[in-house]
Design a protein around this ligand. Structure first.
Ligand code: ADP
Ligand code: MG
Length: 698
């Protein structure tokens, strides 16, 4: 086993060991330096690297390469070019230059740009991010790249992520220097995303237009059994699912993804995969690959993988827990409480930065998890509510209390915690101590953000985390760099921050109604829907933040706001059209056929024996007839309201309209259909039921 994993791991990656083997020493060194110092790659070096990369790829049977990028669609994009280059006389050689490696020019006119780029200047360019290694996928050499317009504006999720990593690096280094830590050269955010998903039978998936077009079910009556017996969570994995997981692991390992933990999740047919954490941009690339491979490998096993955040109403949704921390190039985790008073003081300062950041930028954390799909999940019974708060656990909370009040901290035999003097007690990292209801939990040495939906790119929340923490660190550094007495200023700063921002700390049950009320009295934001959250990208405070740290320009922010609102409207529009189509083509025909069979039965029974009443058939027929009429009205209303939506020019108004008119119309249509479903004979009901979908795989 050990050997097999070792042999597979990274075998499809042009990673460090291959580079060391295939590149001349000086070129290897120079490339390493470029990666470590985040410099621009020299073209002569790029030429040698490109040629070695091509030879390595050809050894693996590869004929094409692609710049692999992450446009604002949330998925990845690729355009394949072959290595061939004509040399006259109809002959060709294979060629791949440094220029082709570091820069590409895809025609970008069909990717969302939010008005950043007019179609007449449609060109965009892609630039290699050498810190994320090239790899072979489906016989194509993939080069991870950032994607920008000709004016240099970001058109993707990667560019701002790299910028935000740089921002937090710069500010964290300023803080470390104040603590006398001058040997650290770089601070990087580390990320481990836990990915939840559903697996259902492929034939059931294909038989439902809603799953095919929208990724989630738009109709479906509650099955007799759901997750109430709690017999799925961590349960034995079914053989077919196990076979899927094995192949998925192997394919991920080949691509250098640290797939580590797999288990069944709370809902029937729900599972989870967690990788070992790595640098934020690589974790982002790897999570995109993971989602892509999950879908592809599922279909090889006769399964379909659902990544929608709420594929089934009334059943747990799927999230993606984004575990985030900061790490130095010499391997220190900056959120690990240390063994010495000095390390503890530094830890407490970084902790204060996250607390302040989460409070000052609640809106941005919320919007980082926004999207039409996640609105069905956030605030639902099993998912974190739309209110941001931080869970620290009792012990750390007690320590912060004592720092804030200058009072004693008794529990651990210390009478007084003085920053920079006392050692903090060790905090348990045991998962039993976790508060599973918190949207943002400190879990011993990292922060776990649980609001994100399963299908989203993790770039969004990590851009926000890096930026808002960088901002607080820069504010702290400004104060401390000018302090006369570092120790007393540090003590005062931490106590002040805790005092100012403690409203964001909450250890209780986030799912309770009481919390919603309490959060309101604390003045915390509660943005229930994406439509409310998205415009906060362009609030004055946030424009200031992003431009100060050079993450987004003001026009990039406006473009992102537009893209998100437009995407929201499009998703709801597709869902509404799909509902109408299913209602008309699948549900109505099933129920009318069944009603015909009921009426035929009633008629033939009376013919045979006029004394027979056909009570059951009559009752059923009446119920179905009333419900069908009602459902038809709902279809008409939805169609008519949807027509009206096309006349609304302002995106923000259209999004509001989709939320306030179209979504309620859809809910009403569904309510009728879901009442009809349990009354119709299985023989006539065409679309796979929730029971089949959730319990079909064995
Ligand atoms: P669980 O939350 O299920 O108990 P763990 O706490 O072990 O599991 O880890 C969950 C995820 O957090 C994993 O992907 C893990 O690699 C990641 N993780 C652990 N340490 C860090 C860190 N320092 N930075 C970022 N992610 C981390
Ligand atoms: Mg976890």
């Amino acid at each position: 086993m050990e050997n097999k994993i070792q042999e597979l791991f990274g075998s499809m990656v042009f990673g460090d060991s291959v580079m060391r083997q295939k590149l001349p020493k000086d070129i290897y060194k120079s490339l390493k330096k470029t990666i470590e110092e985040d410099k621009v790659l020299d073209i002569t070096v790029a030429n040698v690297v490109a040629s070695a990369m091509k030879d390595w790829a050809i050894e693996h049977g590869v004929t094409h390469y692609t710049h692999w990028f992450q446009p604002m669609t949330g998925i990845t994009a690729e355009k394949h070019d072959s290595f061939i280059s004509p040399i006259g006389d109809g002959a060709v050689i294979s060629e791949f230059s440094g220029k082709e490696l570091i820069r590409g020019e895809p025609d970008a006119s069909s990717f969302p740009s939010g008005g950043l780029r007019a179609t007449f200047e449609a060109r965009g360019y892609t630039a290699w991010d050498p810190s994320s290694y090239a790899f072979i996928k489906d016989g194509v050499l993939c080069i991870p790249t950032a994607f920008c317009s000709y004016g240099g504006e970001a058109l993707d999720k990667k560019t701002p992520l790299l910028r935000s990593m740089e921002a937090v690096n710069v500010q964290a280094l300023r803080i470390l220097k104040l603590f006398g830590n001058t040997s650290v050269r770089r601070v990087v955010p580390t990320v481990g995303p836990e990915q939840e998903y559903f697996l259902i039978r492929r034939e059931d998936y294909e038989a439902r237009r809603d799953l095919v077009f929208t990724g989630r079910t738009l109709f479906g009556a509650k099955p007799p059994k759901g997750q109430e017996l709690e017999d799925h969570y961590f349960g034995a994995i079914k053989p077919r699912v196990k076979a899927f997981m094995c192949e998925l692991n192997e394919e991920l390992w080949k691509l250098g993804v640290y797939a580590k933990t797999e288990h069944n999740e709370a809902a029937p047919a729900q599972h989870e995969l967690a990788p070992i954490f790595t640098t934020a941009n690589i974790a982002t690339d790897h999570n995109q690959l993971t989602m892509e491979l999950m879908k592809k490998i599922a279909s090889r096993h006769g399964l379909a993988c659902l990544l929608a955040e709420k594929p089934f109403q009334g059943v747990n949704g799927s999230g993606k827990h984004n575990n985030w921390s900061l790490s130095t190039n010499d391997g220190q985790n900056l959120f690990e409480p240390g063994d010495t008073p000095y390390e503890n003081a530094q830890f407490l300062l970084f902790l204060s930065a996250v607390i302040a950041a989460a409070d000052d930028y609640q809106d941005l954390l919320r919007v980082s998890a926004a999207g039409a799909g996640n609105d069905h999940r956030l605030g639902a019974s099993e998912a974190p509510p739309a209110i941001i708060s931080i869970f620290l656990g009792d012990e750390l909370s007690a320590i912060l209390d004592s720092i804030e009040n200058g009072s004693s901290y008794e529990e651990h035999g210390k009478s007084d915690i003085e920053i920079g003097v006392h050692v903090l007690p060790k905090f348990p990292k045991d998962s039993t101590d976790r508060n599973r209801t918190s949207p943002l939990a400190f879990t011993g040495n990292k922060f776990e953000f649980r609001m994100l939906g399963a299908s989203s790119s993790i770039a969004g929340p990590n851009i926000i985390f890096n930026t808002i923490v960088a901002d607080e660190l820069s504010r702290f550094a400004d104060i401390l760099e000018n302090a006369d007495d570092f120790k007393s200023s540090l003590n005062k700063l931490i106590a002040d921050e805790i005092r100012t921002h403690k409203r964001i700390l909450f250890n209780g049950n986030n799912y309770s109604e009481d919390w919603v009320r309490e959060a309101e009295s604390r003045g915390l934001l509660n943005m229930r829907t994406s439509v409310e959250a998205i415009p906060c990208y362009i609030s004055e405070k946030n424009v200031k933040l992003f431009t100060k740290h050079k993450i987004f320009t003001e026009s990039e922010l406006h473009s992102r706001c537009e893209i998100h609102l437009e995407n929201y409207c499009k998703v709801i529009n597709i869902e509404a059209l799909t509902m109408i189509e299913m209602a008309v083509k699948d549900i109505l025909p099933s129920v009318t056929k069944y009603m015909k069979s009921l009426s035929d039965t009633i008629l033939s029974k009376t013919k045979v024996n006029p004394a027979l009443h056909s009570k059951a058939e009559n009752k059923l027929l009446e119920k179905l007839s009333v419900l069908t009429d009602s459902m038809y009205e709902k279809i008409e209303k939805l169609s008519c309201d949807l027509e009206k939506s096309h006349d609304i020019i302002s995106l923000r108004e259209r999004a509001e309209y989709m939320k306030d008119t179209i979504i309620p119309d859809m809910e009403q249509l569904r309510a009728d259909a879901d009442q009809i479903e349990p009354l119709v004979s299985a023989e006539y009901w065409k679309i796979p039921t929730y029971g089949q979908l959730l319990f079909g795989v064995n």
